[in-house]
Design a binder for this molecule. Structure first.
Ligand SMILES: C[C@H](N)C(=O)N[C@@H](CCCCN)C(=O)O
Length: 518
């Protein structure tokens, strides 16, 4: 068979970087608000409930089926046009939000609130359809190659956007105005659209090659088109119902919390929104350099290890690897101890370590699912960890338990997505994946709509007697009840993962079997 662009590993990974930049920038915009919640409340004069309303508005159009409609449009128009339209929509939404907080439409509270919400609604439609489009593009280029790894790394790009958005937003707003943080985030989406336009040339070329070699192109595959009969079949499949509900409940317990996590750390444990004496950018720079340094050491270790003769490393190589990685990690912590000591008292920076950790752990858990299986069991464990995390962060008051809670949350946030998304591909036929992801994202948005807003509203309600003191900065929000509510979602997630495991036993999709069969 004639070779196409996707047969070149270098081109495949280049394509992954080009399209993942859209995920990086849109996740940045989705989550950077969390790092400046307190500042937004002060500058815009809004309450926690109103902050929650802005966050929740990302989902407003999606709860009434915009993602499914976007998926159908994607199937009909193809990756290039749909990518430009929905990427452009997320950019437009981000620009409107940035203009709103800059006071372009008026600087009174209600005008800023209305336009911030309008911007976020448009951004939300664009972002979710972009996510489905990017997933389909990965399938197009990586099917038969390193698809699971590509998906995990792609999620990693998104998480990096989340982490950096949360960590850097307070620095961008350090001049006393939230506007630069918004403009910067919007510009990032514009830059990633340029990367997407570069990708379009590769997409045109590969489609041309595929049609020349007799492989039908994406737009010509009739089976790819959306049919309501398939949709009905999908939503009556037991395993799909459980995994879709799990997606809704699990993500409702995680994404909204990220929007409140920095504020939770500031209010519950007395963390700060400001950095200490060393200067934020110097600290950020040394953290990035330290991370690059450790990657280089790991690379050297990997290369030297690969040169040891097989017979010598047969036994004990796992122990040796574990020891070397542990020493490197401890060295890393030692080198960066000043950075860590400053970061671990700063709310947004500490909260950003949750998505940061998932960048490493999601591919690791993904490869465990590939090699050993146990996807449904891992989803149960991930959900149980969520319960532990939220109990630690709510009913207990010790900061070390708080750190442990954040680590558990990070592991849960890696385990469940790493097991969930490849599992969908086992339950649903490949040519229906777009519809399946669209349906799951829609349900997920129902949950997000309720909890992004619900946490803020509950926070205002349980703290209603001291709101004026909180505004005067003489009292702090009590987060116990809102976080306990999320622990309950963890319990429901664990139950749904258990039901999924049972349904899979009946239906025989083999979710507990390894993904790699050869
Ligand atoms: C934000 C989006 N609705 C979502 O749920 N994203 C997932 C990743 C989905 C990747 C599917 N291949 C996430 O965990 O961020």
């Amino acid at each position: 068979m004639q070779k196409t662009l996707r047969d070149s590993a270098a081109l495949r990974w280049l394509v992954l970087i080009l399209i993942s930049s859209l995920l990086f920038s849109t996740y940045w915009f989705y989550d950077f608000y969390g790092g400046i919640k307190g500042l937004m409340e002060r500058e815009m004069g809004i309450s926690s409930e109103e902050y929650g309303r802005i966050m929740s508005s990302t989902t407003f159009a999606n709860v009434i089926g915009m993602i499914i409609l976007g998926g159908i449009i994607l199937d009909r128009w193809g990756i290039r046009l749909a990518g430009l339209v929905f990427g452009g929509l997320s950019f437009l939404g981000a620009i409107i939000s940035a203009a709103a907080v800059a006071g372009w439409f008026g600087d009174d509270k209600s005008t800023m609130l209305i336009w911030s919400i309008t911007g976020r609604v448009l951004f939300g439609i664009g972002m979710e359809v972009v996510c489905v489009m990017v997933t389909r593009t990965i399938v197009k280029w990586f099917m038969g190659y390193e698809m699971a790894l590509a998906m995990a790394l792609n999620i990693g790009f998104g998480r990096l956007g989340t982490a950096m958005g949360m960590a850097v937003a307070p620095d961008l707003a350090a001049g006393g105005s939230i506007s630069p943080a918004f403009s910067f985030a919007a510009i990032l989406i514009g830059i990633s659209l340029v990367f997407f336009i570069i990708y379009i040339f590769f997409d045109l070329k590969i489609d041309k090659q595929r049609s020349e070699s007799g492989i039908v192109t994406e737009g010509e595959v009739d089976e790819e088109k959306f049919r309501f009969a398939d949709f009905r079949k999908l939503i009556t499949n037991r395993s799909f119902i459980y995994i879709a509900l799990l997606c809704m409940v699990f993500y409702s317990a995680v994404f909204p919390l990220l929007a409140y996590a920095p504020d939770l750390l500031v209010n519950k444990y007395g963390f700060s929104y400001e950095m200490g004496s060393q200067g934020e950018f110097a600290m950020f720079g040394s953290a990035v350099l330290g991370t690059a340094f450790i990657f280089v050491l790991l690379l050297i270790f990997g290369l030297s290890f690969s040169m040891i003769p097989r017979s010598l490393k047969k036994n004990g190589h796992k122990l040796l690897s574990f020891m070397v990685i542990s020493v490197l990690f401890l060295g890393y912590v030692y080198i960066l101890r000043d950075v860590f000591s400053e970061w671990l008292v700063n709310g947004p920076k500490t909260a950003s370590l949750i998505p940061m950790g998932t960048i490493l752990f999601t591919p690791i858990f993904g490869s465990i699912v590939d090699k050993r299986g146990k996807a449904a069991t891992l989803m149960m464990i991930g959900s149980a960890l969520l319960v532990f995390a939220y109990l630690s962060l709510s009913v207990f008051n010790h900061v070390y338990l708080g750190y442990l809670g954040l680590i558990s949350l990070g592991i849960a946030f890696s385990l469940v997505p790493a097991a969930m998304w490849p599992a969908v591909a086992r339950i649903v036929a490949e040519n229906r994946l777009g519809t399946a992801y669209g349906t799951m994202f829609t349900l997920q948005n129902w949950g997000l709509a309720a909890f992004f807003w619900g946490i803020g509203a509950l926070l205002d309600f349980v703290n209603r007697h001291r709101l004026s003191d909180i505004e005067a900065e003489t009292a702090a929000y009590d987060y116990t009840i809102p976080v306990l509510m999320l622990a309950l979602l963890g319990v429901i997630s664990a139950w749904l993962a258990y039901k999924l495991k049972q349904a899979d036993k009946l239906q025989g999709y083999g979710l507990e079997n390894p993904g790699i069969t050869q």
